[in-house]
Ligand binder design. Structure first.
Ligand code: SAM
Length: 238
């Protein structure tokens, strides 16, 4: 049993993704690459689960925080930080390939999505997995409308047709296929959370109830299609 299965991250943003990542790890000696891994929100728990994790990030500050958090968690020797751009990933990781590659929250920040995605996908070994988290542009339409800004909602809606190369879930699924990866799962992260007024969570037990509601809705269309973020898992065939 992997050590960190006893220390799962708190529910919420990580909660729905975490068991999926654990399932994708080989039983021992897992090598993980976290692209745009920042300060180690995923890298440190993955190292606690026994993986060796390489984090590539452009931010020196984020990597400094990563190293501090890894040391505090007692996994400094399993976590390597490399400052670099995912668009030049092959050079940054010397062409290495990994059992599990994460690209959480980074695709929306790259300049050239296609080349960056190809570099990330190339780092997945045959039989390995890619985990992607991207913002869902459909959720932006709903958020604007529920906030009462109807004109902005219409602009966001029109952008869905014009900004077809943005890193939304459908674009990412197409990029997976174009780069030889098979999409095996797509889950919505935050179907309701960003739409609820803050006071809705004041009542005792409300946050736990919301976590259960989010978990039940995350894999169920059409609810998963309006989530704030989407988590995709894709596999490179052996
Ligand atoms: C929204 S944060 C996500 C952090 C982490 N993956 C998570 O899910 O908590 C985006 C991270 O990507 C990094 N980043 C942005 N553009 C990048 C690029 N072109 N190459 C590498 N890292 C990048 C930022 O420095 C930041 O740490």
């Amino acid at each position: 049993m992997r050590a960190a299965a006893q220390h799962p991250p708190a529910p919420g943003r990580l909660g729905l993704i975490w068991p999926v990542l654990l399932d994708a790890l080989p039983a021992s000696g897992a090598c993980v690459l976290d692209c745009g891994g920042g300060s180690g929100t995923f890298a440190v728990p993955l190292a606690q689960a026994g993986a060796h994790v390489t984090v590539v990030d452009v931010s020196a500050d984020a990597l400094a925080t990563l190293h501090r958090r890894a040391a505090e968690a007692g996994v400094a020797e399993q976590v390597v930080g490399r400052q670099g751009d995912v668009e030049g990933l092959a050079e940054v990781v010397d062409g290495s390939r990994f059992d599990l590659v994460l690209a959480h929250g980074v695709l929306g920040a790259v300049e050239a999505l296609g080349p960056a995605f190809a570099a990330i996908a190339a780092a997945v070994r045959p039989g390995g997995w890619l985990s992607v988290v991207v913002a869902n542009p459909v959720a932006a339409v709903l958020a604007r409308a529920f906030a009462g800004d109807v004109a902005a909602a219409l602009a966001e809606l029109r952008a869905l047709d014009t900004d077809v190369h943005a890193a939304g879930p459908d674009t990412v699924a197409a990029l997976c296929r174009a780069n030889g990866l098979q999409v095996s799962a797509m889950h919505g992260i935050g179907v309701f959370s960003d739409l609820l007024p803050g006071r809705a969570l004041d009542a005792p037990g409300a946050r736990e109830a919301l976590d259960r509601l989010e978990a039940a809705a995350s894999g169920r269309p059409p609810l998963r299609n309006i989530a704030a973020r989407v988590h995709l898992m894709a596999r490179r065939p052996d």
